[in-house]
Design a binder for this molecule. Structure first.
Ligand code: FHN
Length: 601
């Protein structure tokens, strides 16, 4: 229902980049009359205290799969490095032979820990056993483990635990509790492909998984976080065999992937940043630096340091943690592009970590120029950390909708005081002509009392044009805001609607365009603006992931100010569409006057 392709218009592309949660800055936003505070009230067990201050963790996916590193039988497999055995349907014997070449003589766990620490990371989570079932520790429950099967012969988890302890780094364990492609009886998505995998799942749980969970819980010192993954066939009864083991370790933070209805402490959005966080739940976005978790020799699709830094800020501004993955090589080395990026993150964090650690979510729904994190002060006042991604060109940073009295404002990097004044639209801060840091320049703003913020809905750009993006939509009836790429998907019900509030800034004529993927013909919908309606049909593209730019006509808008724009399917023949965005491009002054009018093309 969703899926992917780059879409055509550069204008729309750029505008979407600015408007979506995934890749940075919020859409253009100026005050308009709607009270909007993102709520993140969570009833916290005490084990969450450190976790909620940490904000930044490092994930490590490391195992035998780093030997083939995405290549089997001379063929590069397009999927995830750690899924090679599954994707290439490699037999158990053939896969297990890779262990003989797993000899990480360059493994230096202190180096890993210090790389993380220098980047500002507060905790590490490592794969103790991924879906290939290979235990990276000395396990008595299965000899498919690093000590028994590799020339290296050492317990790398113990070595990492020692290094973490030495450098004051918290350590958590990823454990694939159900999927196991080498220990007989373990689950496999889509079923087994080698007879050696067959067996009783319950026997596997009782004889391999549960004993191994006991080993990782008891043999390596304090465990900060237990990261279950992929709960295939994990019924309530099966999960109930595991939860008592945790009762003896109430200090361990657990995620939501054990299965059997166990919620755990954390939601785990994977490879995306939820547009408005996950109110009422702690959450941790896990994300790769390139496109794979486990090392692949040929994945060079690295995210930029700027994207990673801004993701960290974005996540903190929504009240979550960032668990950023590294996939080390079979030699034990971390790929150079990862080392470079962690250094860049560290350089930014050294100056600005105050805007990340122990902060809570932004009180603003949207800020056109960046993100905000907050800290309540003991004196009842509040510090707002304004991380500016798009530096203002007019020397004024408008904190739209902020009603509090400001007490002080300064650049976090050098402590320079900044002047500010209250305006009808919010607080306006005088800023230097250029940003101090192209990744994000932080302004530390202290306000009196708790944040009192009015509105913050997207507004048209200075030239009048605007883009309605998925992340800004108010949705009803099942349609969902999706990521990778951003789109409104699962729009199967004709009763589902999407609405946007937008502040029109310029009267005139607007051309409407929308990139839409529609499998079949006959998907018609109405766009309602200011009481008037334009009817349009989505061009069939034959594929959920194939988008075509639809020209939906022109409208004349002669009334500036806030308005609501709603898209409603026409029930007849409605199948479903995926909608990337709707762009309203300002064409010039209107021929009409006095209100909205729409011209169909
Ligand atoms: O299948 C795994 C995948 O290999 C990787 O470990 C990620 C990390 O969140 N989790 C699973 C998919 O959800």
């Amino acid at each position: 229902m969703r899926k992917y392709t780059a879409f055509g218009s550069a204008l729309l592309g750029a505008a979407l980049m600015l408007n979506t949660g995934m890749v940075m800055a919020d859409g253009p936003g100026k005050p308009s009359p709607k009270k909007s505070i993102v709520k993140h009230a969570v009833v916290e067990p005490s084990r969450m205290a450190w976790w909620n201050k940490a904000r930044f963790g490092m994930f490590i996916h490391w195992g035998v799969y780093s030997v083939p590193a995405g290549v089997y039988d001379g063929k590069k497999f397009p999927g995830l490095g750690e899924w090679l055995m599954h994707d290439a349907k490699i037999s158990v014997d053939t896969y297990q032979a890779y262990a003989k070449d797993f000899n990480p003589t360059k493994y230096d766990p202190e180096k890993w820990v210090l790389m993380a620490k220098d980047a500002g990371v507060k905790y590490i989570v490592i794969t103790t056993k991924h879906h290939d079932g290979f235990a990276m520790f000395d396990s008595k429950a299965s000899d498919w483990n690093i000590v028994k099967r590799t020339p290296y012969g050492k317990d790398v988890i113990k070595m990492l635990a020692d290094a973490c302890r030495k450098h004051g780094m918290k350590l958590g364990f990823y454990y694939s509790q159900a999927n196991d492609w080498n220990n007989a009886g373990g689950a496999a998505a889509g079923g087994h492909w080698d007879k050696k995998q067959d067996g009783s799942f319950d026997d596997y749980l009782d004889k391999v998984a549960i004993p191994q969970i006991k080993e990782i819980l008891n043999n390596y010192g304090d465990v900060a976080e237990l990261w279950w993954d992929v709960p295939t066939d994990m019924t309530k009864e099966r999960a109930a065999k595991i939860t008592p083991l945790l009762a003896a370790h109430p200090e361990i933070v657990t995620n939501n992937r054990l299965g059997g209805g166990v919620q755990g402490d954390l939601e785990t959005p994977e490879q995306y940043i939820p547009a408005t966080g996950i109110p009422g739940r702690n959450w941790e976005t896990c994300m790769t630096v390139n496109d794979t978790w486990g090392f692949k020799t040929y994945d060079e699709h690295w995210k930029s340091s700027q994207t990673l830094i801004r993701n960290l800020v974005d996540i903190a501004s929504k009240g979550g943690n960032y668990l950023l993955n590294i996939g080390p090589k079979s030699t034990g080395e971390v790929p150079e592009p990862i080392i470079e990026r962690f250094k860049d993150i560290g350089a930014w964090m050294k100056v600005n970590n105050e805007a990340i650690y122990a902060t809570t979510a932004s009180p603003f729904r949207k800020l056109s120029w960046g993100r905000c994190t907050t800290k309540e002060m003991p004196d009842g006042n509040t510090t707002l950390y304004l991380s500016v991604f798009d530096w203002p060109t007019n020397g004024q940073l408008l904190v739209g909708g902020l009603k509090n009295t400001a007490l002080s404002a300064k650049l976090l990097a050098n402590g320079s005081a900044l002047k500010f004044k209250k305006t009808a639209e919010g607080l306006s801060i005088n800023v230097p002509s250029a940003a101090l840091d192209a990744n994000a320049t932080v302004i530390k703003l202290v306000i009196k009392g708790k944040p009192d913020v009015e509105n913050v809905i997207p507004s048209a750009n200075a030239d009048g044009s605007f883009v309605l993006s998925p992340a800004d939509a108010d949705l009803k009836g099942g349609v969902q805001s999706e990521h990778n790429p951003p789109n409104l998907g699962y729009w199967t019900s004709p009763k589902s609607t999407a609405s946007w509030q937008i502040k029109i800034t310029k009267p005139g004529t607007y051309a409407i365009e929308a990139p839409i993927a529609a499998v079949g013909e006959g998907n018609s919908f109405k766009i309602t603006i200011g009481g008037q309606t334009v009817k349009a049909s989505a061009q069939a593209t034959g594929n959920d992931g194939k988008y075509a730019i639809n020209n939906l006509g022109q409208i004349n808008i002669d009334r500036v100010g806030p308005t609501t724009i709603t898209v409603t399917p026409v029930a007849e023949n409605w199948q479903h569409i995926n909608l990337r965005a709707i762009s309203f491009k300002y064409k010039g002054s209107s021929e009409n006057s006095g209100g909205f009018s729409i011209k169909q093309q």
